[in-house]
Design a protein around this ligand. Structure first.
Ligand SMILES: Cc1cc2nc3c(=O)[nH]c(=O)nc-3n(C[C@H](O)[C@H](O)[C@H](O)COP(=O)(O)OP(=O)(O)OC[C@H]3O[C@@H](n4cnc5c(N)ncnc54)[C@H](O)[C@@H]3O)c2cc1C
Length: 470
């Protein structure tokens, strides 16, 4: 707790940094003290905005000396409370460190500062026919440092994998002020423990990421987007199998939503279903392929086989840029549409794909038996076994009662996730929100190693304290 920053600390800040380095403005504290979860009260004591890695290093040394706790802050789009400062910590925002260097074409990498916006990195690389393939709807606000610290996933994990596959090197500042240059542009480097990978996905608890060397890949030359209606989750999974085995293309995205989710989007009044009759489930499939007449025939044949085998009930192929955007919106807007209707409790779980159907049936019977007053909304990145399980508060239920029921339902769901060999957090991380859940996915022996690593890098527990574990 450092609500009142010590006078000596403040004096040193004044001497060493420019006057705009630190703010205590109420609106800044409110803005930078929270992330997208919106359920924690923001209560930082100050926000600092370094411009260079050397300033980050000097500041961390000063904080170590005065035992000041820090919360690293990216674009604050996190969904687990990782960037929340609720206990008088100082927020360290990377937003002024947003430089993107020229692309290194020979190594297909680009070096960026941690505060670079994800979408800006995409736009920087696109004219060269290259991309950093981490893509999701918060990319217009999220930072590269935040993506790396959460090991972000997104819509194209089925094709490209998670963020950690696309980080070649990192610059990290540790709590004692050391500046580590980890790997850089090296393609090969077998010199012991991979410290670059160690920092990825640790939600700002081990060090401040100040720069990253990102791996790039060629942009897909031509893509097509389908939206399918299916009978249920089982047939959506059969469609995935059929697509993987027989699709005349490379899958980029395989997303899923139930009819309840689609209805929630339609209720907003801005979007239309491409189908006249409703189905139980829907799949959004984006593929990379060549753009020839012969290919179009292959796609038609493939879609016809899927129809004949009852894998799909109906399907459309986007014919224009506008239609693509409309179909994408039906999946991307689900989360926002649910939040617009009331209080939603969110979960982000992963299951082995082969167990997904069985898991969902187990969940449905658990909810029918014990939580019949909670409505379940299922959607997510089906192609990589990642489901967003949302519960909506019934209108006539008190908020406190709803949260109490959600906690109980969560624990039963996590036990089911564990039974099926899944993970309680697929891509959003643990932060503050999922701390109680961690024990369902990590053993006591694993947690003990986490704590030893934390102790060795941050012995005073000043870096994002209370996140991931206490
Ligand atoms: C509409 C919406 C859709 C989303 N979709 C997806 C999705 O499909 N897939 C997905 O994975 N996520 C998704 N997210 C979650 C979120 O966008 C990601 O977790 C993102 O990577 C967070 O980046 P950020 O810059 O906003 O990080 P923040 O929220 O600012 O921080 C996240 C964590 O990283 C730490 N941190 C931030 N910067 C640094 C740094 N430089 N050094 C050390 N630690 C740091 C913070 O302390 C915190 O613990 C979505 C969020 C929203 C709002």
């Amino acid at each position: 707790m450092n609500k009142q920053l010590p006078a000596e600390f403040r004096a040193e800040i004044g001497e060493r940094f420019a006057s705009d380095f630190l703010t205590k403005e109420a609106s800044d504290l409110e803005t930078y003290g929270r992330d997208w979860t919106r359920i924690y009260d923001a209560a930082p004591s100050a926000v600092v905005f370094p411009r260079t890695t050397e300033q980050v290093s000097a500041f961390l040394k000063l904080c170590s000396l005065h035992k000041i706790a820090i919360v690293p802050s990216g674009g604050r789009t996190g969904l687990s409370g990782g960037a929340v400062a609720a206990n008088g910590e100082v927020v360290l925002s990377l937003s002024r460190m947003n430089k993107i260097h020229p692309v290194d074409l020979l190594s297909s990498t680009v070096r960026v500062q941690a505060g670079a916006i994800t979408q800006a990195v995409h736009e920087h690389c696109e004219p060269l026919g290259l991309t950093w393939p981490i893509d999701f709807s918060a990319k217009g606000s999220s930072h590269i440092g935040g993506n790396i610290s959460t090991n972000a996933g997104g819509q194209r994990v089925i094709r490209y994998g998670l963020t950690r596959h696309w980080v070649n090197g990192l610059q990290v500042v540790t709590m004692n002020g050391d500046i580590l240059e980890l790997n850089g542009t090296l393609q090969k480097n077998n010199t012991g423990l991979d410290l670059c990978q160690l920092f990825i996905g640790t939600e700002g608890t081990l060090g401040i990421i100040t720069e990253a060397t990102l791996k790039l890949t060629p942009l897909p030359v031509h893509t097509e987007l389908f939206f399918f209606a299916t009978n249920n989750l089982s047939s959506s999974l059969e469609l995935l199998r059929h697509t993987k085995l027989h699709g005349p293309f490379t899958i980029l995205t395989f997303e899923y939503l139930t009819d309840d989710c689609l209805n929630s989007v339609l209720k907003m009044g801005k979007h239309k279903s491409p189908f006249e009759t409703a189905s139980d489930s829907y799949v959004l499939l984006e593929v990379e392929c060549v753009n020839t007449e012969a290919q179009k025939e292959k796609l038609d044949d493939w879609m016809r086989t899927a129809l004949e085998n009852d894998l799909i009930v109906d399907g459309v192929l986007a014919q224009s840029h506008e239609e693509r955007n409309d179909l994408w919106a039906l999946r991307e807007v689900v989360s926002e549409s649910l939040s617009a209707q009331g209080l939603v409790h969110k979960n982000d779980i992963a299951l082995p794909i082969a167990k997904l159907d069985e898991f969902v049936k187990a969940m449905q019977s658990l909810f029918a038996k014990n939580y019949s007053n909670l409505k379940l909304f299922l959607f997510g990145h089906l192609g990589d076994g990642n489901f967003h399980v949302n519960f909506m508060k019934p209108e006539d239920m008190e908020k406190s009662k709803f949260l109490e029921i959600c906690s109980a339902a969560d624990l039963e769901m996590f036990a089911t996730v564990k039974k099926f060999g899944g993970s309680v957090s697929a891509e959003h991380g643990i932060g503050l929100l999922k701390k109680k859940a961690l024990q369902y996915s990590r053993t006591p022996a694993e947690l003990a190693i986490f704590k030893q690593i934390k102790q060795s890098l941050d012995p005073l527990n000043l870096l994002n304290p209370g996140k991931i574990f206490d």
